[in-house]
Design a protein around this ligand. Structure first.
Ligand code: DGJ
Length: 374
């Protein structure tokens, strides 16, 4: 072999090695958000993390969401929970499947079950990452209405499934001092349909469907979920390891049918954005505010303005992301579902603007983080 041939072969080998590192050759080069468009990861594939949430950890954002597949079957869990990482929020690296569905027919998370709205939080005491999700048992539609939990020592997984259950069995709600006796649930004589559902589910635990998890500044974590046949949201305290419920919870917006909750904190106030309850179809978003996690939560109407605002621009909330290092910078994250072909579901990320303590969301075709002040 002469020198030129040798150099060429070495160069060829070098290029192959670099090419194997997908990150090197498949730069996505995004520098803006384009809500509703195909959003490619570092492999050139549309991001597959629906109903997702984002955890910021040690300088990197990690996006966790439902891995959907082609066709109607894609609304059930065929793969698991997918995760991606990013430093700039525009360009996402595929980090693989964080929680895999099980092949064991006896597992709660067997392939074909329903795993929705996964959210991951980090427990600084146990140094574990804790993933909560809405779980429906295979073949039972949306009847099981359970909360599922999985943990991992590494942020990207693999996560180990721990258990699924209906939270707060045999526990009555916590009421702040200002709640009148007449407003409290009375299981001797339930006052309305949703109180009836609450009392029906008291022995076995409350239904837990659409959900999010929120960690407060003091390290306490809360699980927010749609209970009582989706009539009422519960805000429930999690144990110090974040892996179970303590039994302390409130019923929030009783009978108002709020789904898709996303919780965040700004200037010491708690904000929640959610949706109405219309299956995969969009409806107007709604927001609430409170001085305490335990209420009283105040309903503030639809945060969206302008054209398309009456249907949340075709989307449904899933998470509100605080931008690190910037004040008053929050991204409203929503899903534009495609129930006929869920893998093609799109992401609507829009900036939240504040007028005093009030929040607003408006449509943008394309935008970037420079719109937020320092
Ligand atoms: C609306 C919920 O927000 C989604 O997560 C999903 O459960 C659909 N309903 C199912 O119809």
């Amino acid at each position: 072999m002469n020198m030129t041939k040798l150099t060429n072969s070495a160069l060829f080998l070098f290029l192959i090695l670099i090419g194997l590192n997908t990150n090197t050759f498949a730069q996505t080069g995004n520098s803006a958000f384009e809500p509703g468009q195909v959003w490619k990861d570092d492999k050139g594939v549309h991001i597959n993390a629906h109903g997702g949430g984002i955890l910021y950890h040690k300088g990197t954002y990690y996006w966790f969401g439902e891995h959907k597949v082609i066709g109607r079957i894609g609304n059930t869990a065929q793969v698991g929970v997918h995760t991606y990482s990013s430093k700039d929020l525009y360009n996402w690296k595929d980090e693989g499947v964080a929680l895999k569905v099980s092949e064991d027919a006896n597992s709660d998370i067997v392939k074909g079950s329903v795993i929705e709205r996964p959210k991951v939080v980090y427990n600084a005491k146990t140094k574990k990452f804790v993933m909560w999700f809405h779980l429906e048992l295979k073949g039972q539609g949306y009847k099981a209405a359970r909360a599922g939990v999985a943990t991992s020592d590494q942020i990207t997984g693999p996560y180990t499934f721990i258990k699924s259950y209906r939270p707060n069995a045999a526990q009555l709600p916590f009421y702040t001092a200002d709640v009148k006796e007449s407003e409290k649930v009375n299981c001797e004589q339930p006052a309305n349909t949703y109180d009836g559902y609450f009392c029906r589910d008291l022995p076995g635990g409350q239904m837990a469907r659409d959900m999010t998890v929120f960690v407060d500044d003091d390290g306490k974590a809360y699980h927010v979920f749609a209970a009582e046949e989706n009539f009422t949201l519960n805000i429930a305290e999690l144990s110090s390891d974040y892996a179970s419920h303590t039994g302390k919870f409130i019923r929030m917006q009783v009978g108002f049918q709020t789904e898709a909750p996303a919780l965040f904190k700004r200037n010491g106030k708690y904000y929640m954005v959610g949706s109405g309850c219309t299956g995969w179809d969009p409806n107007p978003a709604r927001w609430f505010v409170s001085d305490s996690i335990w209420g009283k939560w105040q309903y503030k109407g639809n945060p969206c303005i302008g054209e398309g605002s009456n249907l949340t621009y075709g989307g449904q909330s899933t998470h509100v992301l605080p931008i690190q290092g910037k004040k008053d910078a929050f991204i409203f994250m929503a899903d534009k579902w495609k129930p006929e072909n869920p893998i093609d579901g799109r992401y609507l990320w829009l900036p939240i603007t504040f007028k005093g303590d009030d929040m607003e969301i408006s449509w943008r075709d394309k935008w970037d983080l420079s719109i937020f002040k320092k």
